[in-house]
Structures are given as structure tokens and as C-alpha cells.
Design a protein around this ligand. Structure first.
Ligand SMILES: Cc1cc2nc3c(=O)[nH]c(=O)nc-3n(C[C@H](O)[C@H](O)[C@H](O)COP(=O)(O)OP(=O)(O)OC[C@H]3O[C@@H](n4cnc5c(N)ncnc54)[C@H](O)[C@@H]3O)c2cc1C
Length: 492
């Protein structure tokens, strides 16, 4: 039987990052990926806003930056589009808009307020979250420093942070702005990839959380995802990590609460004493570990972990180069958002809540010559049924027809959350391997008894987007899980 020091289940970016960190320390590492292509959900990514210094330093890599200017265009039905230029997290210019001057001023003020709060959260994003009752010095210090950072905001800002953190984004926007397009644009960022609407409590927290990890309130295309993946793959290659694709782990074999091997769909069993699962927490526990190895309360918590995916991907090839009506071609390199007002987002969210296909979904897309790649928001994952993809396409077409005229669609492909689940074996096909809501964040991610990357099974760790700090291409989950495993092995 083949034997490895550490097996990583899944070759998503977090699995590969974990393999890089562990192999650098001289471990014999095997990565097993079910698909031919590595990278997992990062293959859907159109915008990678930020890779933290912590990650770049740990991996010792440099990533190509996108040299294009970063524009965000919020499309309007009356073709008076709003265009922003993103120069940095605090430097956002409004290049064109129909909004009044006071709305523009208040919009920038709100962005700066959120930026201040997001910077307070940032320092917790890259570290292992503390365990509340552990009594360990490092956990206590982290909790104290969390409190201190909030206190250092000053009385007025601290009160405001505590006021807005549980609030919904719609209320804060309506208190400050009247322009529908600006309200729709910010609301959309607050609910991307979630099961939250603009009026759901916690949507501001989600916005701040994303802003903290992406170092930008708007997801923009600053880094090249493929360059990031290639760099991690290069480290793996240099450190002799074995990567086997087109193989699926069917089972983690456990004896006396210790991992001892994995069983592949090929029938092969491979021995190991340490496993990091890049698969989502629900699938890892319920399918790979199995209920027989977990206590009833833990299984209940796993089942209660919410993983209903809401994002579909569409790729469209047009006959000719794409232009947007009434928009200067210099803005075509940026991102486009169609979420024209809070009410529109709420309708799409309500349909998603009741598992219906919204005829008015929110869209976010990028254009490359005659190709368009879009995220369609609020397309719910369905249990025991499937969406009518022709209907999804016709809904998207109805929206795009307003802005892209005299251009024929030649072909298109749509992947719904159900397709994403089938392809990547990720519960609910969820963008973040589980909802990013207050009860599933920080030391509660994925849930109590499974946070801090370790699990009730000795030698089994989690590194996926289902762990802190959640989804998106960050690599942080991979680094933190690998470090936790190394620390536990040192202390053995
Ligand atoms: C449509 C869509 C668009 C997105 N757009 C963006 C974006 O623009 N910007 C952004 O930052 N984030 C975006 N995201 C989110 C981001 O892609 C994910 O949160 C992130 O890539 C998750 O990475 P991961 O390594 O944790 O997990 P994954 O990428 O899901 O990796 C898990 C891997 O495990 C493999 N696997 C599963 N089961 C097994 C098994 N039993 N045996 C072997 N292998 C297995 C899977 O095939 C997969 O490769 C998007 C997500 C989606 C779905």
C-alpha cells in the first residue's frame, strides 16, 4: 500500500496552498483531485481583487497584476449608466452618474465609513480565529486585541460600527442616498453569493467582511487568478508534491478516532496519518468521514450548516465585439453590474428564498472582445429538481438586450449551483462552501466544535472556504490549516 505523510483531498486553490506550505517543511504530500483541471471553484473567478501580503510572503511568490484601469459600471435601464474608477480601497472616483452632488458625496462618505470598519476587521481575517473558552494565552490575547481594535476607533465610530454591524444595507443606504443606481450597486456587493437580500440583517456585516478580505469594497479584477494558481503549482512541483487528478476520494478510513487511510474511486487505498480536506465541511463529515465516526450532536450541527448555493455562471459568445449602449469603450475593461435598485434585488432574493427562478436576476459580468462571462445571482440550488436553463438564458438575454444591441448570441453555456455541486462535489454548489452569516463566521465557522481548522477526528483538518475566513480566492484557509497541522504535529 502506498503511504504519504499528508494527503490533501481536493486540488482547489486552498488545497494547493496547504500542500505548498506543508511540502516546504519536507513532508511527503499527495494531492488528490476529482477533476482533470486543478483550481476548483477558482476556475469561475472573473475578479481577484487582492492577495494578502501574508499569503504572498508565506508562499514567497509574486503575482501578475492586471494592468487595466479598474472601472465599475452600474447599468441603468434609461442608459444613464454610473461609472466608478477604483484607484484604491479609499480612492473611488465617480466618473459619470445621474446622482445629485449630495448623493455622490454621501456615497463616498459611506464607502469611507465602511472602509474604516473593514480595516478594523482586517487584522482578524488572516489569523486563526480564537477559541472563546480555551483559556490559552494566544486565544485570550486575540480576543483582547479584537476588543482593543474596536475601542481604538473612538467612541463615535465604535458606536456606529456596533449600530450597523447587525443592520441591513438597505436601511443605511436609504438614510443617506436617494439615487437608485448607487443604492443598487452597493447593495449588490453586500449580498453577492449569499442567501441575504438588501433588507436582510447582517448584509452590512457581509459587506465589511468581504471588504476586509478583498481590501476593496468592490470586487475588481486586479490580480490574475491563473498566475496565482500557476505559482502555487510551481511550488508544489519544486517540493515534489504528488498531484493525482481524475481521482475521487470516496472514504476516509478511521480507527480509534485517528485517520489511517483514504479509499479512492479506483479502489486503491492509500495510507496516511494526516489529512487536510479541501472539500466543504458538510461533504467531508457526512460523506467522507461518515456518521458512524461522529457523535449525534456533531452530526446535527453538520446537517444544520447552511450551504444552499445561489450563483450560476454563464458564458456567452457574441457574433461581434461587444459594446454597451451609451457607454464609452474605454470602460469595457471593467466590471458591469445590473442591480438597478434595492427593490429589484429584493424581488430576486425573494424568488431565491422560495426556490423559484427569478425572471429578474442580478448580473455581474466582464467582457473580452466578443465573449461575456457573468455571474447570475439568486439562482437557487434545488433539491431533487433542475432549473430550466433555456428560461435562465432567456431572462439573461432580456436584460442584456437593453445594453448590447445589433449583436447576435452565437452560443452560451450555463452552470447552475446544482451543476457546480455535481462537478466539484461541493454541497449546494455554494460559492463559499457555506453561508457567510454571523452564526457561521469567525470562531463559529463552519460551526461550533469544528472551528480553527481541526476536527473531532485526530489527524483530520479542514482547509476549504467553509473555514475561516470563508470564500473567495485568498489562500488564507489553506495556510492556516497547514500551520495548525504542523503545530499539532510538533506538540505531539
Ligand atoms: C460561479 C462562481 C463565481 C465566483 N466568482 C468569484 C470571484 O469573482 N472572486 C472570488 O474571489 N471568488 C469567487 N468565487 C468563490 C471562489 O471561487 C471560491 O470561494 C474558492 O475558489 C473556494 O476555494 P477552495 O479551494 O476553498 O475550494 P474549491 O475550489 O471548491 O476546491 C475544492 C476541490 O476539491 C475537489 N473535490 C471535491 N470532492 C473531492 C473528492 N471526494 N476527492 C477529490 N477531490 C475532491 C473539487 O473538485 C475541487 O477542486 C466564485 C464562486 C463561484 C461558484
Amino acid at each position: 500500500m502506498r503511504k504519504f505523510d499528508i494527503i490533501i483531498i481536493g486540488g482547489g486553490h486552498n488545497g494547493l496552498v496547504a500542500a505548498s506550505v506543508l511540502s516546504k517543511k519536507g513532508n511527503k504530500v499527495l494531492v488528490i483531485e476529482k477533476n482533470e483541471q486543478l483550481g476548483g471553484l477558482s476556475n469561475y473567478v472573473d475578479s481577484l481583487s487582492y492577495i494578502s501580503e501574508e499569503v504572498l510572503k508565506e508562499l514567497n511568490i509574486k503575482i501578475e497584476k492586471d494592468i487595466n484601469e479598474n472601472y465599475v459600471s452600474a447599468l441603468s435601464d434609461d442608459l444613464n449608466h454610473t461609472v466608478l474608477k477604483i484607484n484604491g480601497n479609499k480612492n473611488i472616483e465617480i466618473l459619470q452618474t445621474n446622482a445629485s452632488e449630495s448623493d455622490q458625496l454621501n456615497f463616498i462618505k459611506l464607502i469611507n465609513k465602511y472602509d474604516l470598519f473593514a480595516r478594523t476587521l482586517r487584522s482578524f481575517m488572516f489569523k486563526k480565529p480564537p477559541r472563546v473558552k480555551s483559556g490559552s494565552r494566544s486565544d485570550i490575547w486575540q480576543l483582547v486585541s479584537m476588543g482593543l481594535k474596536v475601542r481604538l476607533l473612538g467612541k463615535k465610530n465604535m458606536r456606529e460600527l456596533l449600530r450597523v454591524i447587525g443592520l441591513n444595507i438597505a436601511d443605511d443606504l436609504e438614510d443617506n442616498i436617494t439615487d437608485n443606481i448607487l443604492k443598487g450597486l452597493l447593495s449588490n456587493e453586500a449580498v453577492i453569493g449569499t442567501n441575504l437580500g438588501a433588507r436582510s440583517p447582517g448584509s452590512i456585516l457581509n459587506l465589511l467582511y468581504n471588504q476586509a478580505t478583498n481590501n476593496s469594497i468592490f470586487r475588481i479584477n486586479k490580480y490574475n487568478t491563473h498566475s496565482f494558481l500557476n505559482s502555487i503549482r510551481e511550488i508544489c512541483k519544486k517540493n515534489n508534491v504528488e498531484i493525482e487528478t481524475n481521482k475521487k476520494v470516496e472514504k476516509i478510513n478511521i480507527s480509534n478516532q485517528n485517520v489511517n487511510s483514504v479509499l479512492l474511486d479506483t479502489g486503491e487505498e492509500i495510507q496516511t496519518s494526516s489529512i487536510i480536506s479541501n472539500v466543504d465541511p458538510k461533504t467531508t463529515y457526512l460523506k467522507l468521514v461518515g456518521a458512524a465516526n461522529l457523535d449525534t450532536d456533531f452530526i446535527r450541527r453538520t446537517k444544520n450548516y447552511r450551504t444552499k448555493g445561489t450563483v450560476a455562471k454563464i458564458h456567452i459568445d457574441f457574433e461581434n465585439e461587444i459594446k454597451i449602449n451609451n457607454l464609452d469603450t474605454k470602460y469595457l475593461s471593467g466590471k458591469f453590474v445590473y442591480a438597478p435598485d434595492i427593490k429589484y434585488i429584493e424581488h430576486a432574493f425573494n424568488d431565491n428564498k422560495y426556490n423559484k427562478l427569478s425572471s429578474n436576476p442580478c448580473l455581474e459580468f466582464y467582457i473580452n472582445k466578443n465573449k461575456l462571462s457573468a455571474n447570475i445571482y439568486f439562482i437557487p440550488y434545488l433539491i431533487n429538481s433542475a432549473h430550466d436553463k433555456k428560461k435562465i438564458l432567456s431572462n439573461v438575454k432580456l436584460i442584456l438586450e437593453k445594453f448590447v444591441t445589433e449583436n447576435q448570441i452565437l452560443s452560451s453555456t450555463i452552470e447552475t449551483p446544482n451543476d457546480i455541486e455535481d462537478k466539484y462535489n461541493i454541497s449546494g454548489g455554494h460559492w463559499s462552501h457555506g453561508d457567510m452569516e454571523i452564526d457561521q463566521l469567525l470562531m463559529m465557522r463552519p460551526f461550533y466544535g469544528s472551528s480553527q481548522y481541526s476536527t473531532p477526528i485526530n489527524g483530520l483538518y479542514l482547509c476549504s472556504a467553509g473555514t475561516h475566513p470563508g470564500g473567495g480566492v485568498t489562500g488564507i484557509n489553506g495556510i492556516n490549516a497547514a500551520k495548525q497541522l504542523l503545530k499539532d504535529n510538533r506538540n505531539e
